[in-house]
Each structure stands twice: as C-alpha cells, then as structure tokens.
Design a protein. Sequence first.
Length: 186
Amino acid sequence: MIRIAGLGRAAAASILFSGLVFGSAVRAQEISEEHIAAAKQAIATLGVTERFDAILPGLAERLKAQLIQASPNVQDAISQTVDETALALAPRRADLEREAAATYAKTFSIDELKAISAFYNSEAGKKLLKDGPIATRELLKAADIWASGINRDLSEKSMAELQKVAGADLAPLPAEGAAPAEAPKP
C-alpha cells in the first residue's frame, strides 16, 4: 500500500515537472511578426475587441458619479479631472489589442487566421457577423418554446401512462410555478 502511494506521488511530481518544463518551452517560443499581423487582421475583421471600447468611458463615468456623490460641491473639478485622466489613459487601449493579438496568435495558426479574415471579409462572413446574433436570439426563443412543448407532452404522456399503472396512488404534478404538493401522510 505504501509503495502504491509512493508511486502515485512520484507520478504526480513527474507530471507536474513535465508540465512546468513544457509550459516554459512553449512560452519561450516567440510569435513571429507575420503571425501577430495575421492575428490583428482577424481581430479587426471580427471586431472582437470593439466591445471593450466602452470600458474606460464607463469606468470614468462611474468614478465621477461616486466622487460627485461624496463631494457634490466640487462637481466641475471632479468631471474635468476624471475626464482628463481618462483621456491620458486612453493610449493604454493598445495594450489590450496587443494582448488580444497574442492570444489569437497562440490559438490559431497563420493560415487559420488568414482563412478567418478571408471568410469574415466575404459577403457571407459579413452577413454572419451582422445577422448572426439576431439568428441566435431567434433560435434561443424557438428552443425555449420547443422545450416547453416537450416538457408539457412528456409530463402529460408520462402521467397518463403512470395513471394506468399506479392509479389513485399517483400524486398529481403541481401546476407550472406552483409549490409542490405535500406528500400524503402515512
């Protein structure tokens, strides 16, 4: 038993060690400029970082609201100072773009990134980007309606069959949204 535990610890240690060595080797590999450029092109085509454009303005507005609530007598100074500071921090948005490009470059090959860009620059790709969220939303609505119908039919048909088997001993199902009925007392 002790030998098995020792083997388990040794195996775990070797797995951990190989993971550290392999992970360091992967991180040590540099991503080429061509790979980063392809990643930036794919990111721009997909618009994946556009949703982050509102982060800094949103944070600035939230900070202004907090500071003005705490010190309403200096509202103008707070607004001006926070706005100026936010504008000074705006160039740091490029850091996020670089991180996004590195993430995409690590995830996709150059050829895959070029194919992604080519597809999403095509008419079909542009339409998918534009209308895909609408189609997904409609699909989710249809799935909810479908699931409700399936749930209803499953419950009704199962209860009908169980009534044949269990008869009066079968407690009825509570109505949708209602609290479950208490179990009969013995």
